[in-house]
Design a protein around this ligand. Structure first.
Ligand code: SF4
Length: 501
């Protein structure tokens, strides 16, 4: 039995909720009466409710995000029917700003903002029957005073899940689509204490650290200290940082160069390379520096890059997006994430609604349906483009083959392919690797008239980069075996046997 149950509904098993661990860490004397329960969005609502109510809680705290808002709505409907007296407290970005587009009326309390102090105070009041308003604006905690949550990662988290960590909160920039633009100030955690905590995690076996700081390379002194901490380690690890693209001073570059392959991942928000659109959304970016820095990261460092662009920004036409993609692809061969603009409550994006005819869905993730530049049909096409781009380009499964799809113009080439494949598959989901390979083969050889053996060999070379993959049946009559033989160091004599594998 636990009086306070903190509930996370994560989007996948490898994720774990750092926010709830913060709340738990800061519950003071109430902590021994509390427990964290984590689920994933595919779990059945009634099973989740059953597991929570087994604890006979008086208070249930739930974190609400764009990916679980509907699940939380369904969960609290069930919880309140079965146990009407249990107090439900919601927190998280999805309930921190109005309007709420998902109905959370059944919640008893909603804490808006960073909840470490306010959740503790509210639990105390509830347990002592003291009244509180339904919506509570959280007191912004001083990060140097709150308890850190890292000792509450359990052994399963350390073995199998991403370890989310943070060295700062907030962002000084004001990009209009982003909730971090609302943060009043940037706060940093006490570096000595933080590094001690990271050392304890390291000693317990954590090797996969994902920093959730919005702008890791903002404070270079802190960034350097954190990088030095990991550079001093002599076992493999994986680090993930979100960085702004135009701020890489020499001291930071020097450290980045020291990271071995596969140890450093940098997520770089680009969003658009069109100066007018950048101005529309109040995003400050020095495009010359962006180009130089990406060039440095791409060509001199071992960092794995993940850059992103957004479709549907106010004032951005399809032609402008096409130029962005083509320019970015010239700068990098790394993953390019193509996102669709979302309107989050709390952001100032709505000031463009009238001027650019911006129409968004009211259902999470609140993505754009159309605007004056992009029709509903075009946005639908671009959603599929983004999905196929992920499957084919970002997956890295078709590194060589995709060049034949691009031909002379990355956007044009891939757009045409995306339209074609969707006509065949009528879906963007549940397409196996073999089926995808066959679609690509058919497109390039029958629709674009490339040489069959050349394309078959290229697909084979791409697929067999992963040792255990078999040769797909449809390729067997077309391959020349040259790339396979070169790669596997086998003789032509046993190729028949390989085909029978
Ligand atoms: S998009 Fe990035 S730089 Fe812009 S406000 Fe958000 S976190 Fe800051």
């Amino acid at each position: 039995m636990k009086e306070i149950v903190l509930v996370a509904i994560n989007s996948r098993y490898t994720h774990t909720s750092l926010a709830l661990k913060y709340l738990y860490a800061n519950l003071k004397e109430l902590q021994e009466r509390a427990e964290i329960l984590e689920f994933i969005i595919n779990d059945k609502t009634q099973t989740v409710a059953e597991k929570i109510l087994e604890k006979k809680p008086k208070i249930i705290g739930i974190g609400v995000y764009i990916w679980n808002a509907i699940d939380v709505h369904n969960l609290i409907e069930t919880l309140k029917k079965v146990s009407p007296k249990t107090k439900i407290v919601l927190g998280g970005p999805e309930v921190s700003y109005q309007p709420f587009r998902v109905n959370f009326d059944k919640a008893d309390f909603i804490i808006q903002g960073e909840g470490e102090i306010s959740f503790y105070e509210l639990c105390n009041d509830i347990l002592k029957n003291r009244a509180n308003p339904k919506i509570i604006k959280a007191k912004i905690p001083n990060l140097k005073e709150i308890k850190l949550p890292y000792s509450y990662f359990n052994d399963e988290d350390i073995k199998h899940r991403n370890i989310y960590v943070e060295a700062s909160r907030g962002c000084p920039f004001e990009c209009e689509f982003c909730l971090s633009a609302i943060d009043e100030k940037v706060q940093h955690f006490e570096m000595d204490i933080l590094l001690d905590e990271f050392e304890l995690l390291w000693q317990r076996g954590a090797r996969n650290f994902k920093f959730i700081d919005r702008t890791f390379n903002l404070n270079i002194t802190h960034a350097n200290l954190l990088m030095d901490f990991f550079l001093a380690k002599d076992e493999p690890y994986s680090l993930h940082f979100e960085v702004i693209p135009d701020h890489f001073p020499e001291a930071l570059k020097k450290r980045i160069l020291q990271f071995p392959p596969a140890s450093l991942q940098l997520e770089i928000g680009i969003q658009t390379l069109n100066n007018n659109v950048l101005e529309n959304i109040n995003r400050k970016m020095n495009l010359n520096k962006v180009k130089k820095n990406i060039d440095f990261l791409e060509n001199s460092s071992n960092a794995h890059l993940h850059v992103d662009l957004i479709v549907g920004l106010p004032g951005e036409s399809l032609e402008s997006f096409a130029k962005n993609l083509n320019r970015l692809k010239m700068m990098t061969n790394s993953e390019i994430q193509i996102g669709i603009l979302k309107k989050l409550s709390g952001t100032t994006l709505n000031r463009h609604d009238e001027k650019f005819g911006m129409i968004y869905s009211d259902i999470p993730p609140y993505d754009i349906l159309k605007n004056d530049n992009l029709s509903f049909e075009t946005i639908q096409k671009m959603k599929r483009f983004a999905r196929f781009w992920d499957l084919i380009y970002n997956s890295g499964n078709f590194q060589k083959t995709v060049l034949s799809i691009f031909e002379d113009d990355v956007f044009e080439g891939f757009y045409e392919f995306s339209e074609w494949i969707y006509k065949q598959s009528d879906s963007t989901w549940q397409i196996s690797l073999n089926r995808l390979s066959e679609y690509i083969f058919t497109y390039l050889t029958e629709y674009k008239n490339f040489n069959k053996t050349k394309i078959a060999d290229t697909i084979l070379a791409d697929l067999t980069k992963v040792a255990e993959r078999k040769i797909p049946k449809f390729l067997q009559n077309h391959i020349s075996f040259t790339p396979y033989i070169r790669k596997k160091n086998i003789t032509k004599q046993n190729k028949r046997q390989l085909l029978r594998e």
